[in-house]
Design a protein around this ligand. Structure first.
Ligand code: UDP
Length: 416
C-alpha cells in the first residue's frame, strides 16, 4: 500500500511532496497537539481529520483533542462566534462563567499533554482560554483563527483578546480577517484534501445513484448549496434566487446540510428554511449526517452550478470543494469567497438574490462558458488550495517557531 504522501504526489507532483519531506525532517518526534471543539461537521474538523495523519506519517508526534461541554457552553461559544463575525450579541456573565469553567475542566483533563507538547495549536475561540490555565507550558502556543474577525462586536473581542494575547503567534485565513495583536500574525488559507471521501473522483454511476435516491431529476439543471443551516449562509436568499430563475428556466435547487455538534441554532434555521420552501417538488432540502462525505461529493459532482450565497464567511471550504469538482461557483462577495471566486473566470460573486439569479440564468444559457469556467475552477484549487500547500505552510511555521535561526533548511529544487 502506497503511503499517503505518494498518493498526493500523483496529484500535485513529486516536487511538492519532496519539499514537505525536507521540511518535516528536523521535526521528527516533535509533539504537536491540535485542540478544537468538534470531531466532525464544519471546516476545522474536515482539515484536522487529514492533517494529523499526514503529520504522523512524516514522523511527527501529532495528536488531536476535542474540548467538550454542556449545552450552555456551546450557546456561549456560538454567541462568541457570531459576535466575532459582527453580530451585536452581548454574552451574559453567567454564560462567560460557564465558558471559563468548561475551559478549566477540559484543561485539567488534558493538562499533561498540553504542558508537554512542543507546539499547541488551539483552534478558534472555544478552547482559547486553555493557555490562561496553563502555568507550566514547555512549548509554543499558537491560536488558529478560522473565522472572519474583521469587524467584531468590540466587547466580545476585548474579552477574548485577554486570552489570545498571551499566545506566541496566531494564524489567520486572510489578512483582512485579523485583529492587531502584539505577537506575530501568520496568514495560512485552509485547504481541501483531494483524496478524502468528500473530494475523491467518483464513477458516474455512483453520482447517478445518489441523485436518484434523493429524487433529483437528470434532465433539469441542478443548483446546489451545501452548508450548515446557519443564517450567515443565507439559505432563504438562495431560495429567493431559485424562484427568480424558475420564472424563466426549469431548474432544481438542493440545499444540503446537517448539524455540526457545536451549533445549537441549526435545527431552528432548518425549520425556517423548510417553511419558506413550502412543498415545491423541485426544492430538495437534504438533511445529511455529518459523515455523509461521499454523498456530498456526489451531490457536488452531480450539480451544474454550486452556490454559496453566504453573507459572512470564513474561508468557505464548500466553495473550494465545488471548484475542485470543476463547477462554476456563485458565491457571496464576502470572506474567503473573494479569494476563490474570480468574476468571469470560475464563477461570479454576488450581493443579492437578484444578482445570483441573473448570473445563474446567464450561465445556464452558455454551457460552453460553464465548462471553461469549470476547468479554471479546478486549476485554481490545484495551484492554491490543496492540503499539500497547507501542510507545507504549517511545517514552515513550526520550523520557524521551534528552531528559529538555529536551523536552515535548503529546499532542494531539481535542476531544470
Ligand atoms: N459539510 C458537511 N455536511 C454538511 C455541511 C457542511 O460535511 O451538512 C462540510 C462541507 O462539505 C465543508 C465543511 O463542512 O467541507 C464546511 O466548511 P465551510 O468552510 O464551507 O463552512 P463552516 O461550516 O466551517 O462555516
Amino acid at each position: 500500500m502506497e503511503n499517503l504522501l505518494e498518493q498526493y504526489a500523483q496529484i500535485v507532483g513529486n516536487e511538492v511532496t519532496d519539499h514537505i519531506r525536507q521540511l518535516a525532517n528536523p521535526l521528527k518526534g516533535a509533539r504537536i497537539l491540535h485542540v478544537n471543539s468538534t470531531k466532525e461537521g464544519g471546516g476545522v474538523a474536515e482539515i484536522l481529520n487529514r492533517l494529523v495523519p499526514l503529520k504522523r506519517e512524516l514522523g511527527i508526534n501529532a495528536d488531536w483533542e476535542v474540548i467538550t461541554g454542556e449545552k450552555e457552553f456551546y450557546q456561549c461559544t456560538k454567541k462568541m462566534h457570531n459576535s466575532l463575525q459582527g453580530d451585536r450579541d452581548d454574552i451574559s456573565s453567567e454564560l462567560l462563567a460557564i465558558y471559563e469553567k468548561t475551559n478549566l475542566e477540559n484543561f485539567e483533563r488534558l493538562k499533561d499533554k498540553l504542558e508537554e507538547a512542543d507546539i499547541v495549536f488551539i483552534h478558534d475561540p472555544q478552547p482559547a482560554a486553555f493557555l490562561h490555565y496553563c502555568t507550566g507550558r514547555k512549548g509554543k502556543w499558537v491560536w488558529r483563527c478560522h473565522i472572519d474577525v474583521s469587524h467584531p462586536y468590540r466587547p466580545v473581542w476585548k474579552y477574548l483578546r485577554e486570552y489570545i494575547k498571551g499566545y506566541d503567534a496566531s494564524i489567520w485565513s486572510l489578512s483582512s480577517f485579523a485583529q492587531p495583536l502584539t505577537h506575530p500574525l501568520y496568514l495560512i488559507p485552509p485547504s481541501i484534501d483531494p483524496l478524502s471521501d468528500k473530494n475523491i473522483e467518483l464513477p458516474e454511476n455512483v453520482v447517478s445513484e445518489f441523485l436518484d435516491s434523493w429524487g433529483i431529476k437528470k434532465d433539469c439543471p441542478v443548483i446546489t448549496q451545501v452548508s450548515r443551516f446557519d443564517r450567515f449562509k443565507d439559505p432563504i436568499g438562495v431560495i429567493r434566487s431559485y424562484r427568480l430563475i424558475k420564472n424563466y428556466v426549469p431548474v432544481q435547487l438542493v440545499l444540503a446540510g446537517g448539524g455540526a455538534t457545536d451549533d445549537p441554532e441549526g435545527s431552528q434555521v432548518l425549520q425556517e428554511v423548510k417553511a419558506f420552501a413550502g412543498n415545491d417538488p423541485d426544492v430538495h432540502i437534504l438533511e445529511l449526517p455529518s459523515d455523509a462525505h461521499r454523498a456530498i461529493n456526489a451531490l457536488q459532482r452531480g450539480s451544474d452550478i454550486i452556490i454559496q450565497k453566504s453573507l459572512k464567511e470564513g474561508f468557505g471550504l464548500t466553495v473550494t470543494e465545488g471548484l475542485w469538482k470543476g463547477k462554476p461557483v456563485i458565491g457571496g462577495d464576502v470572506g474567503g469567497i473573494k479569494l476563490q471566486v474570480l468574476n468571469h473566470y470560475n464563477g461570479f460573486r454576488v450581493n443579492t438574490p437578484e444578482g445570483a439569479a441573473m448570473r445563474i440564468r446567464y450561465l445556464l444559457k452558455h454551457r460552453e462558458l460553464m465548462e471553461a469556467m469549470g476547468r479554471n475552477a479546478r486549476q485554481l484549487v490545484l495551484d492554491n488550495y490543496l492540503i499539500t500547500r497547507h501542510l507545507r505552510e504549517y511545517l514552515t511555521l513550526v520550523v520557524a517557531l521551534l528552531l528559529g535561526s538555529e536551523e536552515k533548511i535548503e529546499l532542494n529544487y531539481p535542476a531544470h
